[in-house]
Write a new protein. Structure first.
Length: 284
């Protein structure tokens, strides 16, 4: 087992064989899921990853790191009462008290307690990644999480802004790899807003970045996930029968609700299989 030091072999970047990268990174199944753009399916992917780990007997801790919204829980926390909610400032400077340049950094120090947990899956809010990278550059949390590499999944849709922000985050993850003890890095291509047109300039740039670094990708087709819009978690969805689902989706006829549930469950299983195939969860 590696001691988690920031060696070139441990990180995804470079020309090492994919099998070696998977072996090095997956001694821990902790993973950060994010993008700088909101509404990309990050919370959905976080749930799918947790389910993939659970299927393989890995008990994951769910966590949400997002800007504070009063006493309300995060989207993930509302779905999973046992999830950790860490409320943070939108940037380091915003958290700093007047005359105390270190206050902003101390405000973020609770994040290291999240990183220390074994097999934690972290859903980060939009615009939360930049201060994480800034905090990590100064605080070097890798010293406290050795032996537990942090995998990263960047979720993008076919929207131009999402791809551009995803590329920025990927480059910043690469720069922060040593400070955060980054293990395996992958890209989730979420087709919720349409397919990735290969002739599009932004898609070409993303594909080139992925190919140059041999990053694994997870393709998510647009799914029938209406129940998640009304507060049904993926974990609950997988256990539902048609009668329970019809109560949730009462706007649909009974036969339509049962059919919709069949489609949703099939989509979830396909997505979980893609997560395993990309090396972010062990075989079930």
């Amino acid at each position: 087992m590696t001691d988690g030091t920031a060696s070139g072999e441990q990180h995804t970047y470079g020309d090492e064989a994919a099998a070696i990268k998977v072996s090095n990174a997956n001694e821990s199944w902790s993973c950060l899921v994010g993008n700088r753009t909101g509404g990309q399916g990050k919370t959905l992917v976080t749930q799918l990853l947790a389910e993939a780990l659970s299927d393989a007997g890995v008990q994951a801790t769910l966590a949400s790191v997002d800007t504070a919204h009063g006493d309300t829980r995060s989207k993930l926390g509302a779905l999973y009462p046992g999830a950790i909610d860490l409320a943070v400032a939108a940037d380091i400077g915003e958290a700093a008290a007047e005359g105390d340049s270190m206050a902003g950094l101390r405000h973020w120090d609770g994040f290291v307690d999240v990183l220390r947990r074994k097999n934690v899956v972290i859903d980060i809010g939009a615009n939360v990644w930049p201060p994480i990278a800034q905090w990590a550059e100064v605080s070097k949390p890798s010293r406290f999480i050795r032996g537990r590499p942090l995998n990263v999944l960047v979720v993008v849709t076919a929207q131009d802004s999402s791809i551009r922000d995803g590329l920025v985050m990927l480059s910043q993850v690469e720069a922060a790899a040593e400070d955060l003890n980054v293990g395996r890095v992958g890209v989730v291509l979420n087709q919720h807003f349409g397919k990735f047109e290969e002739n599009d300039a932004n898609v070409k740039a993303l594909r080139a970045y992925i190919a140059e670094r041999n990053l694994p990708t997870i393709d998510l087709t647009k799914g029938h996930m209406k129940a998640t819009d009304v507060g049904v978690s993926i974990a609950r969805l997988r256990q539902m029968d048609g009668a329970e689902y019809h109560k949730v989706r009462s706007s649909e006829s009974e036969i339509a609700a049962w059919r919709e549930l069949d489609f949703a469950k099939a989509w979830v299983e396909k997505a979980i299989a893609a997560i395993r195939a990309a090396g972010f969860a062990p075989a079930a």
